[in-house]
Write a protein that binds this ligand. Structure first.
Ligand code: NAP
Length: 311
């Protein structure tokens, strides 16, 4: 089976080295793709526009990342080619570590004590116990459901929101438009782990922020487009939202003059909430390749993207 690795990410050489160790595949590394008609399968991270549409016999695309915008931005890609997004234990575990850490900082009022320290003030406040704290998770997919369950294991009252109705142990699940407001009205810490789709873009705006209790905090590790930045900054300035930890932005790297960099109530991280590590992702890719070589269809493999739903 001829496999094209097409990545503009800096890990491309490490991936090429790792994939060369797999047996049974004829690995080509873009731009040395050879005869394009021979390529069955592409493994990609932000492929240049036009590369995937130039492969006439492409049977499936494996994304090295959890999001798929880096693939679907190529409007010439045949919409019937199956896309598999990365689902791997390292990516999931890494995200859960990121969001639980930042959620616990807000829970323990570290954001308030940071401000007090900057001002040299001493104003003791007692955080509630985790069992008294309500946390919301927007998106109950692979990443959100793991994060929600870990927060529940830590003793928090966890509410989650998804597009379709869902049941998760230890988590009060909501769905749809009404479900969103049921959740927002009660949670003091909001974790956003939604994909970017036409429905989720600009979801966190003045209306949704105002629905949250005074002093609530937000962690966004989904996509920057979920948030209307001006509305979040206004809510932070007024104190209605007491803190925001942002890992993803509409423009990355975050422009040097963006107000998030210097806002006292914002923590910026450079899109590192969770990254694909070869150590945990290679076995996933290998397993998928083996199943494809044994005749299984890409549609039956884990991570199949619903192209209509956009995630
Ligand atoms: P996933 O398994 O596809 O889950 C997506 C979740 O979002 C599902 O629960 C889905 O609902 C829900 N959803 C989608 N559209 C919705 C809508 N309109 N209303 C309500 N819920 C909606 O994705 P994942 O693997 O958890 O990853 C989520 C996102 O995290 C990725 O798309 C990517 O953007 C981001 N990410 C960020 C980083 C980082 O480093 N910052 C790393 C990896 C991923 P249903 O369950 O009903 O389908």
């Amino acid at each position: 089976m001829a496999v094209l690795l097409c990545s503009t990410s800096e890990s491309v050489n490490d991936w090429a080295e790792a994939l060369r160790c797999l047996s049974g595949i004829d690995l080509r590394v873009w731009p040395d793709a050879g005869d394009l008609t021979e390529i069955d399968y592409a493994i990609v991270a932000h492929p240049p526009l036009g590369v995937l549409p130039s492969l006439p016999n492409l049977k499936a695309v494996q994304s090295l990342w959890a999001g798929i915008e880096h693939i679907t931005r190529d409007k010439d890609l045949d919409p019937t080619v199956p896309i598999l997004r990365m689902i791997d234990p390292g990516l999931t575990g890494g995200m859960t570590e990121y969001v639980t850490m930042h959620a616990q900082r807000y829970h323990m009022l570290a954001h308030e004590f940071d401000l007090q320290q900057q001002q040299g003030t001493w104003q003791p406040r007692t955080p509630p116990l985790a069992s008294e704290r309500k946390v919301g998770v927007l998106g109950l997919g692979v990443l959100g459901s793991d994060a929600a369950q870990r927060m529940a294991d830590l003793g928090f009252q966890v509410h989650g929101w998804s597009r379709r109705a869902k049941t998760l142990d230890g988590v009060t699940c909501h769905h749809g438009d009404d479900g969103l407001f049921d959740l927002l009205e009660q949670v003091e810490i909001l974790i956003c782990l939604l994909p970017r789709t036409p429905e989720t873009e600009n979801l966190i705006d003045r209306t949704t922020l105002n629905a949250m209790p005074e002093g609530a905090c937000i962690i966004n590790a989904g996509r920057g487009e979920l948030i209307v930045d001006e509305d979040l900054i206004a809510a932070l300035d007024s104190g209605h939202i007491a803190g925001a930890t942002l890992d993803v932005f509409r423009e990355e790297p975050l422009p040097a003059d963006h107000p998030y960099w210097t806002h006292p109530r914002v923590t910026v991280t450079p899109h590192i909430a969770s990254v694909t590590r070869i150590s945990t992702a290679l076995p996933v890719v290998e397993q998928n390749l083996k199943r494809l070589m044994s005749g299984e269809k890409a549609e039956d493999l884990p991570g199949l993207v619903d192209r209509k739903a956009g995630y």
